[in-house]
Design a protein around this ligand. Sequence first.
Ligand SMILES: *Cc1c(COP(=O)(O)O)cnc(C)c1O
Length: 334
Amino acid sequence: MNFTKFPRRKYLQGPTPIESMPSLSKALDTDVNLYVKRDDLLPGSAGGNKTRKLEFCIADALEKGADTIITCGAVQSNHARLTASWSAKEGLECHLLLEERVKGSYKEDAGGNNFLFELLGVKSIGVVQGGSDMMGEMEKKAAELTAAGKKPYIIPGGASNTIGATGYAVCAEETMNQLNEMRLAMDHIVVPSGSAGTHAGMVVGMTGVNGNIPISGVNVSRPKDVQEEIVYKLAVATAERLDIKGGIEREEIVCFDQYVGPGYSLPTDSMVEAVKLFAKTEAILLDPVYSGKAAAGLIDLVRNGHFQKNSNVLFLHTGGSPALYAYMDTFRQD
Ligand SMILES: *Cc1c(COP(=O)(O)O)cnc(C)c1O
């Protein structure tokens, strides 16, 4: 794959580690060998997957002469935190629109990512009702800023357009190179599937390098068929952008939706168990909204015998741990 024709900032200092998780495998009493790709350790305040996407999105903004970034997310959005983070680094103004996906969930004085928005110097935070047309809201904000003499650039929610997803095609290639170097044959990769750029980009990159490792997404909000269609569409468009021959097959997109629970960002027992287990066995901090639910999926699939005996399974840890500090009561309950 050739990424050199796209504007790109260099936010990564090198590949993120791939580590084995022997203590977790032991705690689960499984003969499946569990590994983790530590994208939680990516640079950018407190780490996480959006840094890979923002290498391309912010580079595009800078190339277009922008001096201001507008983006959106949920009230504890890691994407909003990392966009604020890289905007600060680049000397760009950052404006956030937060969607109250759970009614009454925005609290000005909340901890976690919300606290960090302010610390990272965002210029404005607007809060809109769940289900709002977020792109429409961001366009309104952009018009307002343009009228005030600014040059705004809109990054969509989760940076999940073809520009952002390119960052995860890069990750798939990076992962294959590491596995080759480690002489480690991976049988399966499990990723969280949210705004879809991570999942789509990984599938595209895996196809682009002929890696042939099946990738499963664990949903954090939508039903299986809806999410698979969103991931598929983005994967097809991203493969086109990257000029990947053969394109993407619909069957390559597989999502599990049974770990969402009552809805986006709402805690589940299996998420709480997964977060505690990863912390106690591997000293790895997950988050309640994404990586915690994805890990709950991973654990359940292991217990269900979904993966073959002695197979190697890689969990993509997309970060998000600051959100833990907005959910302390959830983890202290039992
Ligand atoms: C955004 C996010 C995801 C989901 O990635 P998408 O590309 O939106 O599907 C997973 N984990 C964390 C911590 C995130 O912030």
